[in-house]
Ligand binder design. Sequence first.
Ligand code: NAP
Length: 490
Amino acid sequence: MQEYKLFINGEWTGSSSGEMFEDINPATLELIGKLHKGNKEDVKNAVDAAQDSFDAWSSKPAPQRAQIVFRAARMLEVRKEELSRLMTMEMGKVLKEARGDVQEAIDMAFYAAGEGRRLTGETTPSELPDKFCMTLRRPIGVVGLITPWNFPIAIPAWKIMPALVAGNTLVFKPASDTPILSIELVKILKEAGLPNGVLNLVTGEGKTVGSEIVHNRKIRAVSFTGSLETGKWILAEAARDMKKVSLELGGKNPIIVMDDADINLAIDGIVWGAFGTTGQRCTAASRVIVHEKILPDLLERLIGRTKKLKVGNGLHEDIDIGPVINDSQIRKIAKYVDIGKNEGAKLVLGGNIIKPLPGYFFEPTIFTDVSPDMRIAQEEIFGPVVSLIRVQDIDEAIHIANSVEYGLSSSIYTGNMRYAFKAIEKIDTGITYINASTIGAEIHLPFGGIKSTGNGTREGGTTAIEEFTELKTVYFDYSGKLQKAQIDIE
Ligand code: NAP
């Protein structure tokens, strides 16, 4: 059985506690690796290594830093299939989706590498003569990265690649359910030529390793993707040291289907949005808000289509839905099905744990007669469960779309421009799709949400560079005399 160590100052190192934890394949419950369980001491060592390497790394010209990331991108391309299979075994998502996850990391690495030759600031005229004004971007320093399990390589890459190109040094804690993909990513970056200490990885529990990252005073910023509950705690704790915090949290994403929509296209989008990645995406479509005129027809066709989905081990190419990540998650999903039934929603498909299979499999589940205030329509379930809500018109649909705590992604299916533009303007989410599902972010566009989904930052696109840099404003006065802004003006 392969054993995986921590990566501190360029060395694979055993944890100071000597304790280990196990990584389980959620489809077969087989053990796929044993990992060192880091503790606070290990994080402190990792932070010291990151701090010691900061001067040299941040002084290296950005295009040269980017060159290393570029090499890593090419190595990821070469290893794409092997990493995808490993991801399906570690996390459970079906092979096609695992390939997409790795591809996202490749895309982000190439994109971030390109940023090495930009990292742009701006120049503006001064209000005074012989004076030059500009902004430039500087790295933040030692940055802590904490990631979830549902995108085991894409989310780490979304953070690591731009943060490195921007000149930061890093302490990275991956999710305990999927650490091996992160370790493979770190190995690739080391092989691509990353100097010792620039990227450090500490596996272990959120409450020890993650907590030390949040509290360590030498860490100047924390970039976190995960649940609302953990995100709130991190924001409050990090505020004590005035750390910069970036949060990408949960979602309760709606698809609106209007009476003029192409119903088959909408069903394609609902099935993909609700059951893709077994519903374990922050952008999963967990609410479908349907115009009453088409609801019976849509429901019948949706049930028919969903019944054809094959649930099983995602390594087999014909499987549509893989397992849920772990035991506590499958129990949470089952609990929400009970809550839905008790609240009076009508369960029209699924609702059960699939027993004869060894892993954590749950039936794709559809509720109808859901009212917007029910818990299944308000809270993030993070499983293959979708709730259909009936509406009379576009205004009611948008009102219900906005009636939740989260604000990540949304979608509308319609042929009517007026409805489409109303949705773009009025739905309170960071992302809106027209005639496409709620999932499918591309790495060169800003990604993130509003309300309880985040704290205003965005990943992806040039906003990824904003997340990992500080702006400096520079005034260069070459007049040779004292000039006073706001005062010496004619
Ligand atoms: P989670 O329980 O919050 O865990 C996320 C990460 O935080 C893990 O690495 C976890 O470590 C760590 N952690 C847990 N407690 C911590 C603490 N007290 N201090 C510091 N770190 C701590 O979330 P999850 O269940 O892994 O992920 C699912 C959630 O992520 C969903 O809500 C989903 O919507 C959200 N998500 C959001 C986005 C987005 O971009 N908006 C993308 C993907 C996922 P352990 O694994 O060791 O517990």
